[in-house]
Ligand binder design. Sequence first.
Ligand code: ARG
Length: 462
Amino acid sequence: MTKKMWGGRFKKPTNNKVESFTSSVDQDKKLYEHDINGSIAHVQMLSKQKIISKIESKKIIDGLKKIKSKIENNKFTFKDSLEDIHMNIESALISEIGDIGKKVHTARSRNDQVATDLKLFTKSSLSKLKMLTISLIKGLIKKSEQNIDIIIPFYTHLQKAQPISASHYLNAYIEMFLRDLERINNSIKLVDSNPLGSCAGAGTSFDIDRSYTSKKLGFKNITRNSLDSVSDRDFIGDSIYTCSLLMTHLSRFSEDLIIWNTYEFGFIEIGDDYTTGSSIMPQKKNPDILELIRGKTSSLYGNLINILGNLKGLPTSYNRDLQEDKHPLFSSFETTISCASLFIDLLKSIKFKRKEIDKNINSGFMTATDLADYLAKKNVPFRDAHHITGQIVAYCENKNIKLFDLELKEFKSFSNKIDADIYKSIDNKASMSSKKSFGGTAPQNIKKMIVLYKKIIKNSGN
Ligand code: ARG
C-alpha cells in the first residue's frame, strides 16, 4: 500500500480491491511521453511566470527526462496503487529529486493534465494516419495509371452491370480515401486547442501563461472555457468516427478483393507474402489479411458507440467515467493504423489477371444499356428502347448467344432503327470509351482524374 498523494483527509487506507479497480495505468502508460512533455512545458511556463524558480524548473525537467529514459529502457515500475500514469510519474519525480518535485502540480489538475495528454496523443495519431492515407492514395494512383486498359465488369446486386476500366474502380477508392484525408485534416483542426491551465475546471488564480504552453506543445489554439476543457472528449468521438469511415472503406475494398481473388472470379492475384495457407488443404492460398481488416472494422464501430454512450449522460465537468475513454481511443488508432499500413503493402502485391478477366468479359450482356442508348439516340423513347433491348436479350438467352452474335437482320426484326453501326456500340471497349460524361469511365476522363489526384496529393502538405 502506497501513501496516496491525495490522502490528506483520509483516515483509512484504500481497500486493495479498490486500488486495482480504479487503476488505469495499464492503459494510460501509453501516454507517458505526452505526459512528460506536458509537464515540461508546464514547469517552463511556471518558471517564466516566476511562480517557481529557474533552478526548481531545471531540477524538475531533469528529473522528468530521467523518468522518461527509465520508462523507455524498461526500468520503470508502474504501480496500480498510484492509479494512473500522471501520479506514477509525479511520484517517481518526487522520489528522484525530492520535495521540489511536489511543485510540478502547481496551477494544474489531473483533469486538465489528462485532457492535454489525450489531445497530444490524438493529434500525433491523426498525423500518422494522415501520412498513411496519403501513401495509400499514392499507391492507388500508381495502380490506376497501370491498369487503364483493363476492362472489368462493375456489379450491381453482384450481377454484371456494365464494362468499366479497372482504373475507374481504383479511382472510386481514391475518392473515398481523399474524403478520409479531409476528415483527418478536420479532426486535426478540431483537436488542436490546448486545455492545459484549465486546472480542475474553474481555471486558476496563479498568473499563468497559457499561450506559452500552447506554443511549446505545438497547439494552434487555446481552449476558451475551463469547464468545457475538462469535460470535452468530442475529439475522441470525432477521431474514432474518422477512423471508422476509413476502416469502412478498407473493409469494402477488402470484400471486393476477396471476391475477385476466388477461382470463380480470378480477377486478381495477391502476392504469396500477403496470403496464408491452410493447415489441412494444401492447395489453399487465403486472403486472411483482407478478412481480418473486414473483421476488425466492427471493433471500431463498437468503440464509437462506447465513447458516445460514455459521454451522453455525464454531468458537465470531469467525471471518473472519462477514464474509460482510453481503450476506445487507443484501440481505434492501433487497429486503423495497422490495417491501413498492411493494406498499402498488400495492394502493391496485387496484379490484375487480364487473361482470366477476358475469359468471361463477354458474358452477361454488359452492353445491353449501350444498345438501349443507341436506340434512344435514334429517337426511340428510352422506355421503349429499354423494352426492345430486353426482348433482344431474352432472344439471345434463348439461343444461348451473345449480343454481337446476332445478325443485322435479327436485330432489325426487333427494330428497323438498328443499323450495321450497332456492332460498334455493343463492344465492351467502345462502351467503356463512350462514357465521357464528367465522372464517367472513359479513359480520357480517368487520365484527367489521375492528374487531378496527383495535384491534390502534392498540395496536401506532404
Ligand atoms: N486517470 C484519470 C483519467 O484518465 C485522470 C484524471 C483523474 N482526475 C480525477 N479528478 N480523479 O480520467
